[in-house]
Ligand binder design. Structure first.
Ligand SMILES: NC(=O)c1ccc[n+]([C@@H]2O[C@H](COP(=O)([O-])OP(=O)(O)OC[C@H]3O[C@@H](n4cnc5c(N)ncnc54)[C@H](O)[C@@H]3O)[C@@H](O)[C@H]2O)c1
Length: 487
């Protein structure tokens, strides 16, 4: 039994990453085994180079490429086009329709037309091979992230990758190892770390305003009906666009989208900089919705839906609890199918204060059970909003992206690379926050047994510095006046 599993993993290790993930999609038990094998292979691994705190050489004129121009890629590209001393030189998608949309946008703002790559699902490799790019945005569906990001780093480019960074532990490790070996950054675009409220309260947490934080909570609770999730993408969209990634995600158990909830809480609790996740346990309810409703959809017999036939769907709610080596606890909730209001939860419970973002309105408690008044909230914001947020607020509101946090996230990354500063979010953060995906699957399908959390930093978490959202050495990137089209 053990041998055949080893053999299987030897074969799998030889496959390209996307093929490994595709395999894992099809077989939940293989994905579970992968967690154990990968953990064994990497046990005790030390870092070969610490990417946290690493200032790569400054790139004053930053040349950028984009792979994947769905809603996320296109919106990001429009904001990036507004930064001075940044040139979008090349764009790729596997379909021409999204490329055409980008083409129209560039024309409308008189922007030099970037090179285009759109012949097939493999054409992105030609973009990666160009020798005139410094940074590549990977904004494709999640199962492509690791392969594209690793290829880009191997080709000498920094990477900005959408969330989650990847799906499997093997992918997490490959990304970490590739980043350390090539000394190219691989930043996951966890925009929620730059939400004004999360950024401000995170800053307060690091200044000790809430005292020792002993418990944190994050979530991705976002209700989608079964009809929405399995809506067949209509031409000119690709068969893999739109809700397709949600449909794929709900065919495997575990928390499939943990980073919006886990990331900001880790940042506030200095997880990765003085503390680290020790182990995780995960519990998942049964599926009380999808299988029953999907069976009705399948009766219509459309080809698109047949790829999901026979799949066991994930449960309504997944609850994953992480205990840290410093004895703190973090709860991450995940539910995309029970009717309830959107929530990232975002709770910080300290010895001197308490924060809760959802449900609206967000509240801060510095006085026992009495929340801060509206007036006090304004004063708190004035005192504790990080310098970065104060500096960018106006432009962030103008250019938007989830209320402006997307703009701040992209600005910060680009400005740091241009000025040769260490990045806020490193490959270790992306790997750690995404690792909840395979670990929660493992535990939730093993009667909630605990599983050790890998230390992707190779021991450097003890000395890595906490997030600092000041403008020290940065903030020099200018923003062009917005055009109607770019907003
Ligand atoms: N940070 C956030 O708030 C947030 C919000 C939504 C989505 N996301 C993430 O952003 C990513 C993209 O989301 P989306 O909604 O734009 O997805 P989408 O599926 O609508 O678009 C992805 C695009 O990538 C293209 N693509 C697919 N395979 C490709 C390949 N091999 N080569 C080149 N192009 C390829 C598709 O044709 C499509 O245009 C996902 O990873 C998602 O998880 C993040």
């Amino acid at each position: 039994m053990k041998n055949s599993r080893r053999d299987f993993f030897k074969q799998v290790a030889a496959l390209p990453i996307a093929a490994q993930v595709a395999l894992a999609y099809g077989d939940e038990s293989k994905l579970r085994d992968e967690v154990e094998e990968t953990t064994l292979i990497r046990k005790g691994r030390r870092s070969v180079f610490n990417m946290s705190g690493y200032a790569a050489p400054a790139i004053p004129k930053l040349r950028v490429g984009y792979i994947g121009l769905g809603p996320r890629g296109l919106a990001s590209l429009k904001r990036t086009a507004m930064f001075e001393d940044v040139e979008i030189r090349a764009i790729a998608d596997c379909y021409e329709y999204p490329i055409q949309q980008a083409r129209d946008f560039f024309k409308s703002i008189n922007y030099p037309a970037p090179a285009e790559y759109f012949k097939s699902e493999e054409t992105w490799k030609d973009l990666v091979a160009r020798d005139d790019l410094d940074l590549i945005f990977v904004t494709t569906p999640q199962y492509w992230h690791a392969e594209m990001a690793c290829a880009a780093m191997e080709a000498g480019k920094h990477v900005a990758c959408e969330v989650p960074l990847c799906y499997t532990l093997e992918e997490c490790w490959r990304l970490v190892e590739t980043s350390e070996r090539t000394r190219k950054h691989c930043a996951m675009l966890e925009n929620c770390c730059y939400d004004f409220f999360e950024a401000t309260t995170g800053n307060m947490a690091r200044q000790g305003v809430f005292g020792e934080i002993v418990y944190g909570e994050g979530a991705y609770i976002h209700y989608f009906t079964t009809a929405q999730v399995f809506a067949e993408p209509q031409p000119p969209l690709s068969k893999k666009a739109g809700m397709h990634r949600h449909a794929v995600a709900c065919t495997v158990k575990g928390n499939r989208y943990p980073t919006h909830g886990f990331g900001p809480v880790c940042v506030a609790m200095n997880v990765g900089a003085g503390d680290r996740p020790d182990y995780l346990t995960s519990t998942e309810t049964d599926d009380f919705v999808r299988a029953r409703e999907f069976a009705e959809i399948l009766k219509e017999g459309r080809d698109y839906h047949k790829q999901f036939a026979g799949k066991e769907f994930s449960g309504n709610m997944n609850l994953s609890t992480i205990r840290t080596v410093n004895g703190k606890a973090i709860l991450i909730k995940y539910d995309r199918m029970s009717p309830q209001p959107y929530s990232r939860s975002y709770v910080l419970s300290g010895l001197k204060g308490f924060v809760q973002k959802y449900p609206d309105p967000a509240r801060i408690y510095l006085n026992g059970e009495t929340p801060a008044t509206e007036e006090e909230m304004k004063a708190i914001e004035e005192q504790y909003a990080p310098e970065l947020i104060k500096y960018l607020r106006e432009n962030a509101l103008k250019f938007g992206g989830h209320g402006g946090m997307d703009f701040v996230c992209e600005y910060r990354l680009i400005d740091s690379l241009r000025n040769g500063l260490p990045l806020d979010l490193t490959v270790y953060d992306g790997a750690t926050w995404s690792a909840v995906i395979p670990l929660s699957l493992w535990s939730a399908t093993r009667r909630s047994q605990p599983i050790d959390f890998p230390d992707f930093t190779g021991g450097n978490w003890k000395t890595n510095k906490p997030l600092d959202l000041s403008l020290r050495g940065g903030g020099s990137t200018k923003v062009k006046a917005p055009t109607e089209t770019a907003k």
